[in-house]
Design a protein around this ligand. Structure first.
Ligand code: NDP
Ligand code: AKG
Length: 414
């Protein structure tokens, strides 16, 4: 199923409960603006390379639009459109004063040198610099991008518009980045997993966890949860699934990935190594954390999932057909728009610090992150139980209601 269709079905399920008219649904779903640009660069060997870049600005009724930049071969307009609207509901669920946007380039960054990625990023900024800005649309990292890409982006944007680090978040800490942004999404996933596990009456030491994806989000979630005494029995990346039934040594795995240019798990031998997708069908897993691509859990593989809870660290990992089956089976699914909201929350803290020319300590960032996510979690959990709906429907109901209210107050809808 295409990514936007998947998001639209989740939206519609909540819109039914909110009794929204069709015309209002259409207004809330339609992106404000979609931009597709040519990104051409000279490769190190002198060849010309051409890529397609996107920025979709979904909604700004609650504030400037916010969302990451993805560099991945599967990036296309449909995916970016879906991810942009997820950002709108996400910023609303955690009550940040933002709307939603997303961008990206259809490219495998591993096929380029560092200098080529820099040239590509700068060429992309040349194309979109006039539609992003600290009060309009603020990008950030996502799959395939990191603090270095954010630093190039900012530097190129400032050549047109002058000094203003608040144009982008997820920057290097020494270049106006927030302490704790890099760990924030994974830390948020970890702290929300702890809450779900407690609510389900399970104990950390006895709760086996499997994490798909060991990049920024997956590795920080693994670190947090291992430090919280959970056995992480499996992790995976494109090189395979790494399994140890009594729990992997996460510190050792993190050291291993640091040795590789691309942070791959490949070559780690202190555990059983299985094919990449084996992680999703391991028989004895209590909590599954997809932290890689969207659309990985579908009706074709959902029956093999043994977990009692799924924490959606990735955006859109469970499709609507699989979601319905999981709901019927009583599996608790913490939806992406809440589960991975730690990243955009600390991006907001970075933007606030940039605008105030002030720096917060790591302790303050972590405390405020925990506070923001706890409030959002309580609201979603209570809504789900009072309305007898899934956590996803509850989260969408809260997010959509807030966006609808802002549109009404602005006089855009009634
Ligand atoms: N970065 C952030 O702050 C936020 C990210 N997210 C979401 O979290 C997810 C991960 O993002 P992030 O960690 O930043 O991305 P990264 O690029 O840092 O890491 C992605 C990871 O996923 C792995 N991966 C890719 N395809 C597969 C596959 N088919 N099976 C198993 N592993 C796979 C990659 O493996 P390999 O290294 O081998 O390619 C890598 O380990 C995305 O869905 C993103 O949208 C959500 C909110 C914020
Ligand atoms: O940090 C941000 O602004 C956005 C992160 C993001 O793209 C996401 O939450 O999916």
């Amino acid at each position: 199923m295409k990514a936007f269709e998947s998001m639209r079905r989740f939206f519609d399920a909540a819109a039914e409960h909110l009794e929204l008219e069709d015309s209002l649904r259409e207004a809330l779903l339609m992106p404000r603006r979609e931009v597709q640009v040519q990104v051409s660069i000279e490769r190190d060997n002198g060849d010309l390379a051409n890529f397609v870049g996107f920025r979709v600005q979904h909604d700004n009724s609650r504030g400037p639009m916010k969302g990451g930049l993805r560099y991945h071969p599967e990036v296309d307009l449909d995916e970016v459109r879906a991810l942009a609207s997820l950002m709108t509901w996400k910023t609303a669920v955690v009550n940040l004063p933002y709307g939603g946007a997303k961008g990206g380039i259809g490219v495998d960054p591993r096929s380029l040198s560092k200098r080529e990625i820099e040239r590509m990023t700068r060429a992309f900024v040349d194309q979109i610099h006039d539609i992003v800005g600290p009060d309009t649309d603020i990008p950030a990292p996502d799959m395939g991008t990191d603090h270095q890409v954010m630093a190039w982006f900012r530097n190129q944007w400032e050549k047109y518009h002058g000094f203003n680090p608040a144009v982008i978040t997820g920057k290097p800490v020494e270049e106006y980045g927030a302490k704790g942004r890099e760990e924030a999404t994974g830390r948020g996933v970890g702290s929300l997993t702890v809450k779900v596990v407690k609510r389900l009456g399970m104990q950390a030491e006895k709760t086996k966890i499997a994490i798909q994806g060991f990049g920024n989000v997956g590795s920080h979630a693994a670190k947090y949860l291992a430090e919280s005494q959970f056995p992480i029995v499996a992790v995976s990346d494109t090189s395979g699934t790494y399994f140890r039934k009594d729990g992997l040594n996460i510190q050792e795995l993190l050291r291993h990935t640091l040795k590789h240019r691309y942070g791959l798990l490949e070559g780690y031998t202190q555990c059983e190594v299985m094919p990449r997708d084996a992680l999703l069908s391991l028989p004895d897993v209590d909590v599954l954390i997809p932290a890689a691509l969207g659309g990985v859990i579908t009706k074709d593989n959902v029956d093999k999932i043994s977990a009692k809870a799924i924490i959606e660290a990735a955006n859109g990992p469970v499709d609507p057909d699989a979601d319905a089956i999981l709901h019927e089976r009583g599996v608790t699914v913490l939806p992406d728009i809440l589960a991975n909201a730690g990243g955009v929350t600390v991006s907001y803290f970075e933007w606030v610090q940039n605008r105030q020319h002030y720096r917060w300590s790591l302790d303050r960032v972590r405390q405020e992150l925990d506070h923001t996510l706890s409030e959002a979690f309580e609201a979603v959990w209570q809504m789900a139980h009072s309305k007898e709906v899934s956590l996803r429907v509850a989260a969408y109901m809260i997010g959509i209601s807030r966006v609808k209210r802002a549109s009404e107050l602005a006089g855009l809808t009634s």
